[in-house]
Design a protein around this ligand. Structure first.
Ligand SMILES: [Zn+2]
Ligand SMILES: [Zn+2]
Length: 85
């Protein structure tokens, strides 16, 4: 069974197009936040929050990185339900 996960801003629905819009908090390297789930390819710093890119059509809000994965929430919720049993 396939789990379909879309990536979009939880505030405005803007979808990143794979460009390197983000700059690493650790080393300053521009990178694509969703290439490796928020991890910088240069210094491996993991970013727990992701800003929506306003100059690319987004809203500029910051949201927890995991909130950007539409469809992942349901999967996580199912896992939590399983654990509660
Ligand atoms: Zn880095
Ligand atoms: Zn947004």
């Amino acid at each position: 069974m396939k789990t379909r996960v879309d990536i979009a801003c939880p505030h405005c629905g803007w979808k990143p197009d794979g460009e390197e819009y983000w700059q690493c908090d650790g080393c300053g390297q521009p990178f694509s936040m969703f290439g490796d789930a928020g991890r910088c390819p240069s210094c491996y710093h993991v970013h727990e929050h992701t800003q929506c890119i306003d100059h690319a059509g987004g809203c500029g809000s910051v949201a927890p990185h995991l909130d950007w994965y539409i469809g992942l929430d349901e999967g996580l919720r199912e896992i939590n339900v399983e654990r509660d049993r």
